[in-house]
Ligand binder design. Sequence first.
Ligand SMILES: Nc1ncnc2c1ncn2[C@@H]1O[C@H](COP(=O)(O)OP(=O)(O)OP(=O)(O)O)[C@@H](O)[C@H]1O
Ligand SMILES: [Mg+2]
Length: 258
Amino acid sequence: MSIKVHISNVSKIYKGTTQDVHALNNVNLDIKEKEFVCVIGSSGCGKSTLLNILAGLDTPTSGTIEIDGNPIFGTGSDRGVVFQQYALFPWLTVAKNVAFGLKIQKLPKAVVDEKVDHYLKSVGLLDFKNAFPKELSGGMKQRVAIARAYAVNPRVLLMDEPFGALDAQTRTQLQSELLATWQEEKKTCFFITHDVDEAVFLSQRVVIMSPRPGRIKSIVDIPISYPRTTEVKFTQEFNDIKNEIWKEVYKEYLAEKK
Ligand SMILES: Nc1ncnc2c1ncn2[C@@H]1O[C@H](COP(=O)(O)OP(=O)(O)OP(=O)(O)O)[C@@H](O)[C@H]1O
Ligand SMILES: [Mg+2]
């Protein structure tokens, strides 16, 4: 499979008033076309910094990022982003939120309407197309955010703890839905989470980062075959992998405490 995202020697130093913060130190990572990669690591290890750089919302101090062999400059519709906090436009209906990026692409209205319906249906919110964000629950808002990100057909989906603010049950549900969508329409996904269970369930590779300076500590392959459903979480294989990653993360925690 070809390389979709090429992250090469990326470092980020934030200049502080008292001291500089090495948010990222020499990060190298290749993400393959249609691959689902999860990133975990303790708070402050540079996960969001890396995602923001990938999204073009921030720039690296040094290093390069290429998508399909082209260096990125700023934000672009080739990357869809979903954040933890529901970044919906409160003054637009659900349908208009999903249509937003499509209108920027200047697609004909009939095509926009068709895509909006298709992606709202895929997240189970077609009946809410005329509702406003304030009328939706947290989980529903994140479903809209995911539909919106998918609708513009980006080359890469970047998600920064998209389910972090949700209760456990809604979270499990949205994980399955996201995976079902991905299994149907594969996209290259870069997904940040604090939740080892979530990372193992969703991804093909889990990237473990560690802080000060923020760097990639190790990468664990998840050999569980797709399609995956929630039942996979009850298998021995799933729990063995989860424990292996937990041990890595726990080692980090002990090292930090020293
Ligand atoms: N705009 C900024 N200016 C200065 N320092 C920053 C800025 N953004 C992030 N940092 C610092 O960079 C480091 C990495 O932050 P980042 O937000 O990437 O961590 P994270 O892994 O996403 O953490 P969390 O899990 O808590 O979201 C932290 O030490 C943080 O204080
Ligand atoms: Mg973060």
